[in-house]
Design a binder for this molecule. Sequence first.
Ligand code: AHR
Length: 324
Amino acid sequence: MSKKFLAVAASLALVAGLTACGGDSSASGGGADGGITMGFAQVGAESGWRTANTKSIQESAKEAGITLKFSDAQQKQENQIKAIRSYIQQKVDVIAFSPVVETGWDAVLLEAKRANVPVILTDRAVDSDDTSLYKTFLGSDFVEEGKKAGEWLVKDSQGKSEVNVVELQGTTGAAPAIDRQEGFAEAIKAAPQIKVIASQTGDFTRSGGKQVMEAFLKSNPKIDVVYAHNDDMGLGAIEAIEAAGKKPGVDIKLITVDAVRDGMQALADGKINFIVECNPLLGPQLMELAKKVVNGEQVPPRVVTEETTFTQEQAKAELPNRKY
Ligand code: AHR
């Protein structure tokens, strides 16, 4: 397939995405008809977490009576910027988005501010000195998630003289990749026998996790632990470990982040050893914040999602209730 064809197909997909869940493109709610229109620029569909997050946003918008214009950026910043610009042109009442990477947003966010379209960050943060470019940020504390992963490993490594860790990082430049690495590194300082011997991005996807783990297994004769920044990469790593004739969870321990159903199943089956939860069900809180922002009410600058952790035993108990 030619590059030109792929580029045309990609932009058609983006336009289709932009209108897929939208109502009347001329609707500018909060206004005349009293309805609110939200433009939402999603990262993509890279993981089970993301699928659950998208579903939560679409369902919550419906329940809240908010017209949702939804776009899928296929993990590309330029697609998210195009989508945001299009929402500004369409004069939506509020824009919400989960930035694929942390930097490079100031120009488009300034355009939104000048056009008086308020912006809410959800799931991931931007790295900007100008906090007036968005109204609030709703999402997890990713540094804390990394710390919880590291603290579990510190306890599990007591009495061991050497623990070699390989790290499967999320998308390069994305807030959860940067912060989960930082939190984990901070926590393992308490146990000098733990060493991160290799660290590479698997882009938050199952195939990425599998591919990187295959390479890690070839070049590192002694791997004790995999720390994967999400369940999907951990599940890919499990495939690679099994293909190499080793037992995940026993020969090589795994720590992951998210706690989506497939991850929890692998934890209950003994193939993952510990999962730090990252809650994707942000829809209801996002819609509440959006209504307040559009009505000019005060909102807190930061809303942190509540989360827990799961051991293998806890996963067995939780699995029947898991919604995603
Ligand atoms: O930003 C949240 C992260 O993005 C989730 O942990 C991961 O699964 C997703 O792709």
